[in-house]
Design a binder for this molecule. Sequence first.
Ligand SMILES: [Zn+2]
Length: 268
Amino acid sequence: MRLPVADRSAYTCYSETMTKHDPSVDPRDAIEIHPSDRVVVLTGAGISAESGLKTFRDSDGLWAGHRVETVATPEGWEADPELVWQFYSQRRRECRASCPNAAHYALAELEQEIGDRLFLCSQNVDDLHERSGSRNIVHMHGELFKSRCEANCGAPIIEDSNSYNSLAEIPRCACGARMRPHIVWFGEIPLEMTCIQREIDRCSILLVVGTSGAVYPAASFVHWARMRAGTPARTYYVGPEAPLNAVAFSRIILGKAGDKLPGLFRVL
Ligand SMILES: [Zn+2]
């Protein structure tokens, strides 16, 4: 079954030129995907940065004069939930104002071609993959447009695109506790790790896009794919500069993801 890909005309900033293949990508360098291949793609901050969304690294560790730790740790939430919600409310606004880029669309189109043989794992909390049409995706660091009970009372995670700028505006769970962003903060355990481990164990191709190779456990995925029992996966990296764990990849493809991903895959 072919999966629906988002209607590009819905995004006013989308340009047809975005999917034109980079003439520097030699077709002979394409990643061949055979009918027996299973592909895992890990995306990081670099792919969102190409859509204009800032990363923590861009901010020099500061946000509005505050250390990032004060808005991205459980301790920061306990100390000042108003400040934390102001931070994530601003990120929601910035995300809504941004659009998927050619790299997001290339991955959505690959999913359309090979279906559930593509497993997409993102370190990003934005929804740009979903807005480009990706469906088989997990967000290991949470999702910007969801909120959950701070007390983990068992109430379901909710879709939430609202802004909260004062203590009085912060919504309450039915149990009485406050709702917090559905974000994995520093010191918390990433989500979906069992599922991610299973997919890496059975993949034959691992493609990592736009991560520094400095954040664990994601930086370990390439090692899992190569060191597991059986045939090692073919491992590829795409980004403007080599990651810290570059030595673990079969091939490093230097360049913007939006330039390199369209035309990179040859589905056989
Ligand atoms: Zn609750």
